[in-house]
Design a protein around this ligand. Structure first.
Ligand SMILES: [Zn+2]
Length: 415
């Protein structure tokens, strides 16, 4: 078996190398091509978009960072752009435009949604029964190995449901002791009377009670109240921001552009913006341009992009002076699993099958070593990359509040 795996890995590496080479060749081809003749400017030969910018309520394609000079700072009433299906019209550089010269290095925020909503044995939280290196402690070890600190959004509302009710508390204490940020994450629990339904069912006062309950648990375990928040499944509404503000939260990271669960008055795609006294730090939306020119809506997530694409996001962020990118993953990112509709039968290959929850159940098949390796490579790469800084949201909070007060253009990396 180990020999077979090594062989597989070798083949994968070879494949990756080939792809990289092809990409470099394409790039060289592109660079050697003389300035395009006007008659050549059709869709096929136009330079590829490497980022999108929000301008006047629409997305525009960016090929070169210099085009950003043509963007005026956002003003007036915010208009949310429609998700792009294909590459939008380019934003043309004006005469003499120069790329913005950011005074600080772009910041990368590593965030981990930490939860096992489905099982009372924490397979999806700590990797129990699969291997600890594939759960939260495994992620923690990789991060610590590269001296990286992450923001862990912990769903504390499941803590009492685990067979060992100290599971979540012990994890939180370990993360905290090892210098990581503990932040609040919300998933409803059917046996919690105050919070048995999705967050947007509740008014601002009720949401304040729900979020307050979670913040108190974290404070009890770590001695510090959390300052950052992410709604589970991006389920939040305008009232959630009221609750966050009255509870003293400083940051929210629940906006994800293509999520229908964001039942909010829209105010940003990827840029940081103030919402009352809370600064919004969206999960970084990453459109992927397919070979047919159509766009897939992805995010900066170890399970949503290839290793090469994760690197590309960091490249785009530095090339285009995008001030930040929010990377996300889950405590179960290294676990091979699937969610199945309740009425469907399970499969033979499952090693664990959960009871149904909200009309679905989860099957676990084992570890997903490929994703763990992808993450290890990514962690190694960002830890060495002097173009960027990796920070927790709490550590970045002051800078984020300053930056949000003077709106920058909303620029979206493309892969
Ligand atoms: Zn979640």
């Amino acid at each position: 078996m180990p020999g077979e795996m090594a062989e597989q890995r070798r083949q994968q590496q070879q494949l990756q190398q080939q792809r990289l080479q092809q990409q470099q060749e394409r790039q060289q081809e592109h660079e050697q091509k003389p300035q395009q003749e006007p008659q050549e400017q059709d869709q096929e030969q136009a330079a590829p978009a490497r980022a999108l910018a929000v301008a006047g309520g629409r997305f525009r394609a960016l090929v070169e960072p210099s085009a950003l000079g043509a963007l005026t700072p956002p003003q007036g009433e915010y208009r949310q752009p429609d998700p792009p299906d294909t590459v939008p019209e380019p934003l043309d550089p004006g005469p003499g435009d120069r790329a913005p010269n950011p005074s600080t290095r772009p910041e990368i925020y590593l965030t981990v949604d930490t939860e096992d909503d489905y099982f009372t044995v924490p397979h999806m939280l700590t990797g129990e029964g699969i291997g600890e290196e594939y759960g939260a402690y495994g992620i923690l070890d990789v991060l610590d190995q590269y001296d990286l600190q992450a923001t862990w959004f912990v769903n504390v509302y499941e803590a009492h449901r685990h067979e060992d009710p100290t599971t979540v508390e012990r994890l939180v204490k370990t993360l905290d002791e090892r210098g990581h940020e503990i932040a609040l994450h919300t998933h409803p629990s059917e046996d919690l009377e105050m919070y048995a339904r999705p967050l947007y069912w509740f008014d601002a006062d009720e949401q304040k009670r729900i979020l307050g309950y979670g913040a108190e648990l974290i404070e009890k375990w770590t001695g510090r109240a959390p300052v950052s928040f992410r709604a589970g499944g991006y389920v939040l509404n305008d009232e959630t921001f009221e609750a966050l503000e009255t509870l003293g939260f400083r940051l929210d990271s629940s906006v994800f552009f293509s999520s229908k669960n964001n039942r909010i008055t829209p105010f940003t795609v990827n840029a940081v913006r103030m919402r009352g006294r809370v600064v919004e730090v969206p999960v970084t939306y990453v459109p992927r341009i397919n070979s047919d020119g159509e766009i897939d809506h992805r995010k900066f997530d170890v399970n949503w992009l290839t290793g090469e694409e994760l690197d590309q996001v960091v490249d785009r962020v530095t090339e285009f002076g995008i001030p930040h990118a929010t990377f996300m993953m889950h405590s179960f990112s290294f676990i091979d699993k699937t969610s199945i509709r309740e009425e469907e039968p399970g499969t033979e290959k499952a090693i664990f099958r959960s009871p149904p929850l909200r009309s679905r159940f989860v099957e676990i098949y084992g570890p997903n070593r490929e994703v763990r390796e992808r993450f290890e490579r990514f962690a190694a790469s960002v830890s060495r990359d002097t173009r960027i800084e990796v920070k927790t949201l709490a550590a970045a909070a002051d800078g984020l509040h300053r930056r949000a007060a003077e709106p920058h253009p909303d620029v979206v990396p493309v892969v």
